[in-house]
Write a protein that binds this ligand. Sequence first.
Ligand code: ADP
Ligand code: MG
Length: 618
Amino acid sequence: MADDTEQTIYLMNDTLASQVAAGEVVERPASVVKELVENSIDAGATSIRVEIRRGGVSLIKVTDDGSGMSREDALMCLRRHATSKLKKVEDLFDIRQLGFRGEALPSIASVSQMSLTTRRRQDVEGVQLVCEGGEAQEPQHAGCAPGTEIAIANLFYNTPVRRKFLKSDETEAGHVEHQVRLHALSFPHVRFVFVRDGAVVFDVPATHDLRCRIADFVGHEMAGMLWRIRPTEAPGLRITGYLMPPSAARRNRRMQYVFLNGRPIEDVLITRAIRDGYGGLPTGLHPVLFLYLEMEPALVDVNVHPAKREVRFRRPSEMTMAVIEAVAATLAGHFRGESDREEPSAPPAPAPDITPAPTPAPPLKLESVIVPRQRDLELQPSAPVAKPLAVSPRLEKEKQAPAPEPPRPAPPKTIPEPPAPAPEPDLPKFRHIGHLQHRYAIFENSEGMVLLAPRAARERIIFERLLETERRPMVSQRLLVPELIELDARDMGVAQEASRRLEQAGFSISYFGRNTLRVEAIPSLLPLKEVGPFIQDLLQGFMSGDHRHNRARNPFEPYARQLARQYALQEDIEPLLAQPMPLLRDLLQCEIPYCTPGGKPTLIPFAMSELNRRFQAQ
Ligand code: ADP
Ligand code: MG
């Protein structure tokens, strides 16, 4: 029954408020570890030890050699909204520490039995605080090393429902280990020790070489095969890291790590940009990559999620472009045979722009280096020209009346495509050796052997040339005898849209009666043996609709993709295999030379180091 009291709204007491807040921040042992380790990093620690027992449920202990706290601060840090990192609202837009909300310690304390031992370097002795369910006892003097140790026993002992949500010790321990690994990958210059049920799982020494830190986790053999990401800058942003070629892509994202200012993040924009940088990977495959973004704090909002798993970018498109550029340039450089030998003076690991409290890092001064590449691709016809008889400049977009008419004579001269300056790729590096079973061309270069798949290469070359029609229109070639194509009435809608898009590629297709299309011209650089069946297959591809599921940068792209695939399919590869040098040259001038738009490899390198290893040669 309702009682008569007027007031039904009360302020929560601090402990209850913390327990509620803990629901957001403290989900499981791994989230406790995350908060404690972040605090240690913020405190400038160079060595951090994480120990757990029973998946972290019975004990989590984090020990650091950071700044430590004074007696007053130790008492203060357990109060809600107590932080040394945020003083005024402007600070929220210039966050250089991992923490700032002042919620973690009180939240964790409210759902556990906590003991905090801390000592500043300048103090002769430390202080120990014991706290149960958020209620702190009198601080005690403690003899301890400089730094801080926080032990959390019996997590969720007073919130049994939350405790029930925890998975097996094994699973929780796995999450903790992953969390510590993420921290270790974010901060290579900090030593990390992880101990589970009394046994050391890993102890990774501090290093200035990110590759060493990665090697600690993936093994030296795999680390040796990583390619250094070409450092890429945009205003307020720097990108570094390591990646593996598309051929090493995995079925899950376990080997894909992205860090932003020292925080591991999962962000759909970045994941997409990575895929775009790879030039399209088959769905379900994820590249192996360790990507480090350093961004001016003002350009990113990390205060979106209580556990800071999500971020919001203030200039998402610049960030995306830079990621695409970094990934694509790295891969392209490699496939062109540019070595990624690290200069001896390589900058230390991507020291994230996060510095211990009082010394804010100087703002990044970065100029944009994202310059669209100039290039020119010629589409050498590889197969004899069949039907087309005359060449005309690109046809007017006139629509013909739906009545048969004799083919018009076309102007006799060819209009050359406007020239565009093209940097010659360094071809002398490649020597043609022969071919393998009439399928692959074999080359050698300074790194080893390279196999080239001619059809895949053509697909990539044609695709990129088609995309260039935005700036450089395709010259058309009028068919002497227009080709008539009958369609099912239900397909006319798709055909209409497609024929409009195909004009950009140099086709001219008009209506001819109810369910008939008339193909009048095709791109002159892309001759066709059989125009009718080709267009029919093409339209079939569009109708099956799978091209629409692919994310595209512009509406023409899916059409270009389908066109390129189909052109490459019907070409005769024998002449290409006999003389593959021009093909290789065209391929290497592509933006993304190493795979088709659908993600199939065009080139597969076999490095000498790898071959020697397999032959067990020195
Ligand atoms: P936040 O990190 O958001 O400031 P926390 O509740 O995680 O909030 O921590 C509160 C404060 O306690 C921090 O601002 C910091 O001053 C202090 N602190 C926490 N952990 C440590 C540590 N390991 N070493 C030194 N100071 C610490
Ligand atoms: Mg914190």
